[in-house]
Ligand binder design. Structure first.
Ligand code: URA
Length: 277
């Protein structure tokens, strides 16, 4: 007897959940392309993001829109939408337009219900450096900005130590919405959200990317290698030099990783300087 669509989606959800729990195999869209699930955007009259001028620098500021209250009754264990047709973003030729396009995304409906803000990213829309983290934390979710908590302060210090100002770079995440209880992103959530990061990188066209932690490194490099193997040397993402290092939150838990991180970011700065010559 053939299965109907909800049953197939439920099977695939369980399959994704299994792999997430055992963390050994990310599942990507092309493995489940025959499944049709809708790309669900909600239109609202929410405000536009502002590109503001801060001194000489153009800064992509916190998007302004209605704060959604987290719904306590929500069941987070709902199936993620595991396949979304590739949406054409070619009409979005700026970060502002692209933000308008995705600001009400509900592809991961469970995250859309629990988030306060979709955290698009922050910084210079013409940055030479893009820093990619994992997903917004509690404070970032409240403020609509990436890396604003303790890990964010450490990231600011790390950037300062290699003479980059937080306002000069662009900071964003693999997931634009906060996973509840700061759990790891699920493979289906990454699959839903990664096209947004790829489009941001296409618009910003940075010279270099700094990927923070396993999820950022593995997603951008389409790799299953552990962080220990990914860090320490340069990779390429679409012709852009990419370095993976420890996530600042991991450094807060394990200060022994500060030294190798320092080595990584010094290497990053040296490469950046040599590209400028
Ligand atoms: N805040 C973010 O925006 N990203 C992270 O990865 C961690 C905290």
């Amino acid at each position: 007897m053939s299965k109907d669509k909800p049953e197939i989606i439920s099977d695939i959800y369980n399959y994704l959940k299994f792999y997430n729990e055992y963390k050994n195999y990310p599942v990507y869209a092309n493995e489940v392309e025959h499944i049709d699930a809708s790309f669900d955007f909600q239109e609202t009259s929410a405000g536009k993001p502002d590109s503001i001028i801060a001194g000489e620098k153009q800064v992509y500021e916190k998007p302004v829109y209605e704060m959604k209250k987290a719904n306590e009754d929500i069941v987070v264990e709902k199936p993620v939408s595991i396949y979304s047709p590739r949406k054409d973003f070619s009409h979005c030729d700026s970060l502002d337009k692209f933000y308008e396009e995705i600001k009400d995304c509900r592809k991961c409906s469970h995250l859309a219900e629990t988030r306060n803000n979709l955290v698009f990213g922050y910084g210079n829309p013409a940055a030479e450096i893009v820093v990619v983290g994992e997903a917004p934390g509690a404070e970032g979710d409240k403020q609509g900005k990436p890396f604003v908590g303790r890990a964010g302060k450490l990231l600011t210090d790390i950037l300062k130590a290699i003479e980059f100002d937080r306002e000069d770079v662009f900071i964003c995440n693999i997931l634009k919405c906060r996973p509840p209880e700061n759990r790891n992103p699920l493979p289906g959530e990454i699959m839903n959200c990664e096209p947004y990061l790829f489009k941001q990188l296409e618009l910003i066209k940075p010279k270099m990317i700094l990927a923070l932690g396993t999820f950022a490194g593995q997603t951008l490099l389409k790799s299953k290698e552990p962080l220990g193997k990914l860090r320490g040397s340069f990779h390429e993402y679409n012709g852009i030099k990419l370095l993976v290092t420890y996530h600042p939150a991991a450094l807060l838990r394990n200060p022994n990783w500060k030294k190798p991180t320092w080595e990584d970011v010094k290497l990053f700065r040296k490469e950046f300087d040599s590209m400028k010559k």
